[in-house]
Design a binder for this molecule. Structure first.
Ligand code: GLA
Ligand code: ZN
Length: 671
């Protein structure tokens, strides 16, 4: 990164081809033809790196790294902990997971080791150390790929014991734990830490503090496992940056915490392109690009994506012409310094033999996918100068893992779906429609960098969050909070004395009740007599309608139906130098689009684009000290024509014309 080029390539598994050396020759030629400059190696190669316990065979790997290096191709070298050799599971069954039903797994699959097992930690530490010792100074090794898609949980006795230790450290005494978790409920009081068991359908699922702390423990234990992996590399003298490939929608690990321990955030992107209109899929994918970039607020990597069809989705659709390039470019537009694929060469057998790859079983370069990949390689090569440039956002939307866990575990008010992620995405989309960059942050972030902050469904407040919000608004921030916020503390215990906790004066209201709607029900939210210029007369809402009592806030819109017709549904409160808005119900997208257009004006958020952005067009900006790089991508089905400002056109047409999936990248020098 920052080498003046964008990384381009992907996961390469030559260990599957060692008995067919010709394949390597073909691959090297193809990589050159496709503009490949980076491959990830060794992700699932442990059985070839240590075929028998203590017998390490790294020569084949060295040969491949050398051959790649001679051709100018860098390596992201993996630690192989994502899948272990058979001998290890046979000899040391403690490496295998136990599920929540307390059943022990057999050998098989991957990503399924116990994160606590001292033996597994030792074996991983050893092989990582040896790999780093051998390759840590190789000029071709540019980065480390730590394991693969960490996730899942283990309920074995080792993990139970580690969980108890974790709890002891956190609470010191069992009384403190009982108090925090409110275990007097149903007589679930613990007498001793030894009685604590991880949540299970066979046992405890009704103490929410336990569920939340189990999530935290699993997340921490995984991060700790990862840190030990990284420590082993560092001890052996490897100084390259490390990354860990993350997954979208994945809830198991607090990615904001994990990101503190890696140098570069990265993720694996597999949208179901062509299932919905491309602009919708692009918008949803954009959200995850922005989540991953925001983890470190630095350039990230799209470490995996599919150059053709995947094979694991319900329907594995081919990518239509232009899609591969558009998907790769979208990651760059959102701040990635590289777009990579899974996988470079399609495996002959096993579960992924039909998963799209740069090089097909056929081997040739005259396939549609290969041509797409080569063209995308050319495109990225032309954009090398954007590598290392930053994404500057003045608007932020909160998306908090702990809050997500609490909402998922809690009972009520709508066990048929609270739609937290959707609620977050509505705020995100409304801001993106305006063409402004958006950070996605959690409650631990400093808010003072932003002019506009949306806090959708912040049900759980981490300690001190309310103070952060208060300061932010007081100093002039524009803040939006929605229904079902500030309800519980970090243990999912309800705040007493009125909610949203600690913010009733900031928001100028108190929430009283919340009505849950059946799937087929809806309500409306209408303008009051005063009205709010820029908003429509009415909007629909679904699922959740909160009833609040204003105390200083101005009512901007009211409910249209039901026994609460006429009660406030949108409120505004002036607090200090700022304004705080409260959205009482799960509103339709159009409501957020219109409201945020008004609030963006209030907050002085400006898109670099003076005109309305046509629907389906994505606009993002990356900046260096000297220039702004404006990315415009047409994910809509219709051709659009935009009036471009003066400036250098790095790609696309100067006349501003973009057909479906086409893009324009402009370089605007800073005045
Ligand atoms: C994940 C994994 C890869 C591969 C791909 C297939 O992202 O990390 O090893 O299995 O999925 O899409
Ligand atoms: Zn375990």
């Amino acid at each position: 990164m920052k080498d003046g080029y964008l990384m381009y390539g992907g996961d390469y598994n030559p260990e599957q081809w060692l008995s067919m050396p010709k394949a390597l020759e073909t691959d090297l030629a193809r990589f050159e033809e496709a503009g490949i400059n980076t491959v990830s190696l060794g992700i699932f190669a442990w059985a070839k790196l240590e075929p028998r316990e203590g017998e390490f065979c790294f020569d084949w790997m060295e040969n491949i790294i050398n051959r790649l290096y001679e051709r100018g191709i860098s390596v992201i070298l993996a630690t192989p902990s994502g899948a272990r050799p058979h001998w290890m599971a046979d000899k040391y069954p403690e490496v295998l997971r136990v599920n929540e039903m307390r059943q022990k797994a057999l050998f098989g699959a991957r990503h399924n080791h116990c994160m606590t097992s001292p033996l597994y930690r030792e074996k991983v530490g050893q092989i990582n150390y040896l790999l780093a010792e051998r390759f840590g100074n190789h000029p071709g090794v540019k980065m480390w790929h730590i394991s693969n898609e960490y996730g899942g949980e283990c309920h074995c006795e080792l993990c139970q014991q580690a969980f108890r230790e974790w709890l002891k450290k956190k609470y010191q005494t069992i009384d403190a734990l009982n108090d925090a978790w409110c275990t007097a409920f149903w007589s679930h009081t613990y007498d001793d830490f030894e009685q604590v068991e991880s949540p299970s359908p066979l046992g405890e699922t009704s103490i929410m503090g336990l569920i939340l702390d189990w999530h935290r423990f699993v997340s921490d234990q995984t991060i700790d496992f990862m840190e030990k992996e990284i420590d082993a590399l560092r001890k052996a003298g490897a100084g390259q940056p490390v990354t860990a490939n993350l997954m979208y929608h994945f809830g198991g690990i607090d990615y904001f915490r994990l990101a503190q321990k890696i140098d570069v955030a990265s993720w694996d992107s597999y949208p179901t392109w062509h299932k919905k209109p491309e602009w919708e899929t692009a918008r949803d994918t954009a959200f995850w690009h922005d989540v991953i970039r925001s983890l470190k607020r630095k350039p990230f990597l799209m470490l995996e994506s599919c150059p053709g069809a995947t094979n694991w989705q319900g329907v594995s659709k081919l990518k239509k012409p232009g899609m591969v390039a558009a998907a790769s470019l979208q990651s760059i537009a959102h701040g990635a310094d590289g777009a990579l694929y899974f996988q470079m060469r399609k495996s002959r057998g096993g579960e992924e033999k039909f998963h799209g790859a740069v090089i097909d079983h056929y081997d040739g370069n005259d396939t549609r996918t290969f041509r797409d990949v080569a063209e995308t390689g050319e495109m990225l090569a032309r954009l090398g100068e954007v590598s290392g440039t930053e994404t500057c956002a003045r608007a932020a939307v909160l998306y908090d893992w702990e809050n997500r866990w609490a909402l998922e575990g809690s009972k009520g008010p709508r066990n048929d779906g609270l739609y937290y992620e959707e609620c977050v995405e509505k705020s995100y989309r409304a801001l993106r429609r305006l063409g402004v960059n958006v950070d996605v942050i959690d409650q631990t972030f400093d808010l003072s960098d932003y002019r506009f902050v949306a806090a959708p469904m912040e049900y759980l407040f981490r300690p001190g969050f309310e103070k952060k919000v208060r300061d932010y608004v007081e100093k002039g921030g524009i803040f939006v909070m929605t229904y079902w916020s500030g309800v519980v503390d970090e243990n999912d215990c309800c705040f007493l004395g009125g909610t949203p906790y600690g913010l009733m004066d900031v928001l100028g209201l108190r929430s009283e009740e919340i009505d849950a709607l059946y799937d087929w029900e809806e309500n409306t939210v209408c303008q009051t007599e005063e009205g709010l210029a820029g908003m429509k007369e009415s909007y629909t809402c679904k699922y959740l309608c909160q009833l609040v009592k204003p105390d200083g806030a101005q009512t901007l819109m009211v409910y249209g139906k039901d026994f609460y017709a006429g009660l406030p549904a949108l409120l505004k409160n002036d607090f200090g130098k700022g304004h705080a808005y409260y959205v009482c119900a799960d509103m339709e997208q159009g409501f957020y689009d219109d409201l945020y257009r008004i609030l963006a004006g209030e907050a002085g958020l400006r898109s670099p684009w003076p005109e309305e952005i046509p629907e389906g067009v994505e606009l993002t900006v990356r900046s260096s000290r000297e220039a702004d790089y404006v990315f415009l991508q047409n994910f809509g089905r219709e051709t659009v024509e935009l009036k471009l400002p003066e400036g250098e056109v790095l790609m696309g047409s100067r006349d501003g014309r973009m057909e479906h999936l086409e893009a324009i990248v402009l370089k605007l020098e800073r005045g």
